[in-house]
Design a protein around this ligand. Structure first.
Ligand code: GAL
Length: 425
């Protein structure tokens, strides 16, 4: 009996182990394609608002696909200032992340799509009926030659000024409607001992965003767009006028701007140590992550002279060629593009959803106002955030801005800008 008893024990152990495996396999039989590997979610979302949005999206995915492991592979550095270099190394080295953050527009299309690194996702769009729910402008920003290469998760607005409500009220300041009014307001604030404009351009792109806002005000949406296809040259007198205004505006920023990341600039406004901050509306997500109340602690307005215009920044994710588990990645992209996924992510990120059919009760006043603006505004592509021009052009413009911020030589700046866009003719 003893020998047989031992054999029974082995048998029970074996049956138990097989049952456990079959439990795992049963979860993959209900639609999940789980088990083979994990999803490495590559982004640069580590700052306040960004990390909360990302976590909410990952939680939604885990809820729908408990059998598929997902890893947060974020590389810190606002605007992708570090992540983009890491991504380029991995893509060129044949080691693509499962899926990665990339801006709709030229960053995706003239970059990874032109390099033939991305799988078309037309099947996913058909299966999920996404052509009915994403605005055509966004689908166009992720499409080339009839193929759709990414799923947009959000729409951010670039031409926004966030301001500290108490500072404005205590100094009896109204939002400036144009850049000359901005200078008047800034001079008054400065004379009252308050930093008028917070800037955190340790990574230069926040300064490029200030310059872009001035450019768009002076050229208007239609002609601003023509800067990026060579129709309007960088020595146009309105560009020179914008550089001269940019130089004046730089006279009203915090001294330590080059030591501050974007969120450290936004924090100056949160603390009432500065009045305004020109920043994409991920700053809305940042302020909310610090428990500031939109419309009470902070206000916002379109950057001077760009009322009725919307500088589009859209974060998208696609399917790189060569990943080991494309079906699992498509499961993630399906959640990312779903109403539940977008309504989990965007309220924390500070952005508006890419979808047009989401549950607006989940969004605060800033986002409901912004969704209306997005529907009615003239749209322009952001340069600093990868939509208006290929990455190599953005890099050169950032370098030109970086030199101008320190040396402030207008003629030199215009020459550098002409060089930067010479490939766009
Ligand atoms: C942008 C990105 C936003 C936000 C911002 C600051 O490029 O589109 O989602 O991450 O950088 O890091």
């Amino acid at each position: 009996m003893k020998r047989y008893g031992f054999l029974w024990m082995i048998a029970i152990l074996l049956i138990g182990t097989m049952a456990a495996c079959s439990d795992n396999s049963s979860s993959s039989s209900d639609g999940g394609s789980g088990g083979e590997g994990k999803i490495e979610l590559f982004s640069w979302w580590t700052a306040g608002g960004e990390s909360e949005g990302l976590q909410a999206l990952m939680d939604q995915f885990k809820e729908e696909h408990p059998d598929i492991e997902i890893e947060n592979a974020a590389v810190a550095g606002g605007g992708g200032s570090n992540a983009k270099a890491v991504l380029a190394n991995r893509m060129q080295g044949g080691d693509p992340p499962s899926t990665f953050q990339v801006h709709g527009g030229d960053e995706l299309l003239a970059g990874w799509v032109a390099a033939d690194k991305m799988q078309p996702l037309n099947d996913l769009y058909e299966k999920n009926n996404w052509k009915e729910v994403f605005p055509q402008e966004l689908i166009d920003m992720v499409s080339k030659d009839g193929n759709i290469y990414a799923v947009p998760v959000d729409v951010h607005r670039g031409n926004v000024v966030f301001y500290n409500k108490s500072v404005f009220e205590e100094n009896n300041i109204e939002p400036p409607k144009d850049w000359n009014e901005f200078l008047e307001v800034a001079e008054e604030l400065k004379s009252n001992g308050i930093t008028p404009l917070a800037l955190g351009d340790k990574n230069v792109w926040p300064s490029t965003m200030v310059f872009e806002s001035i450019l768009q005000a002076n050229l208007g949406a239609e002609d601003y767009n023509k800067l990026w296809n060579g129709e309007i040259p960088m020595d146009d007198e309105r560009v020179v006028k914008s550089a001269e205004m940019f130089k004046k505006v730089l006279g009203y920023v915090n001294e330590d701007h080059s030591a501050r990341a974007w969120q450290d600039g936004s924090q100056l406004v949160a603390d009432g140590k500065a009045a305004m901050n020109i920043m994409g509306d991920w700053a809305n997500g940042y302020y909310k992550s610090k428990d500031l109340k939109p419309g009470e602690d902070y206000g916002w307005f379109a950057s001077p002279g760009t009322e009725g215009e919307f500088q589009v920044i859209t974060d998208t994710f696609g399917l790189p060629k060569g990943v080991e588990n494309p079906e699992q990645v498509k499961e993630f992209l399906t959640v990312l593009g779903s109403k539940k996924g977008q309504d989990a992510f965007n309220p924390k990120k500070g952005s508006i959803p890419a979808r047009t059919d989401t549950d607006m009760s989940k969004y605060g006043k800033y986002s409901t106002d912004t969704i209306k603006d997005f529907k009615n505004a003239k749209l322009t592509p952001s340069l600093a955030h990868g939509s208006a021009a290929p990455e190599q052009v953005v890099t050169k413009v950032n370098q030109a801005v970086n030199v101008f911020v320190t040396q402030q030589k207008v003629d030199q700046f215009i020459e550098s800008l002409k060089q930067s866009v010479s490939s766009l003719k």
